[in-house]
Write a protein of this length. Structure first.
Length: 184
């Protein structure tokens, strides 16, 4: 079984491929246009996208949705993280947090379906803080400004750290355990 990972983001695909290969799971890249429905949770969005993607591909697949949730901004940008990043960037996020607590949490949901009727959600998260300036050149998105709890470097400064601790890694590890159990 080679489930498809439906994403337009080659970085996410590469990250998922490395993680799932450790479980003996080979994935294929499916870059099909999927408009995300609006929602407050990454689970709701990912599950909906998985069901809709199955209607186009007709094969086992998963999609992923992630968000950066900042309590001092009432959870913003949350499920709107990609949109906020495209509008204000990391610099804008740091400006929004001037004088506010910088605690943050990345959340990710990998939603898997093999029948197009039910999607199974695998969620991971990592807590941390938003740095005062972008640091590092690895990764993508908010990686240059996110410092995971207990660490001093951003995900962009230490990409191997992201591979071990990230919200996406946690969700994909749960998916990998599920799928490898199904292959036995």
């Amino acid at each position: 079984m080679e489930p498809a990972f439906v994403t337009s983001n080659r970085w996410k695909f590469s990250e998922a491929e490395k993680i799932l290969n450790k479980y003996g799971i080979n994935i294929v890249h499916a870059n099909i246009p999927l408009e995300e429905k609006r929602g407050e949770s990454v689970e709701e969005i990912a599950e909906d996208c998985a069901i809709r993607a199955f209607s186009l591909l007709g094969k086992p697949l998963f999609v992923e949705d992630s968000g950066l949730f900042v309590p001092s901004l009432n959870g913003f940008p949350g499920a709107y993280s990609a949109w906020a990043l495209s509008k204000i960037g990391n610099e804008g996020m740091m400006r929004l947090l001037e004088g506010k607590p910088r605690d943050a949490e990345f959340r990710c949901c990998a939603a898997y379906t093999e029948d197009g009727i039910h999607a199974r959600a695998f969620t991971g998260s990592v807590r941390g803080t938003i740095s005062g300036e972008p640091r590092g050149s690895g990764g993508f998105g908010y990686d240059p400004i996110f410092v995971p709890e207990g660490e001093e470097k951003t995900f962009a400064e230490n990409p191997s750290l992201k591979g071990r601790l990230s919200h996406r890694a946690a969700a994909l590890q749960k998916l990998g355990e599920f799928l490898s159990g199904r292959q036995r």
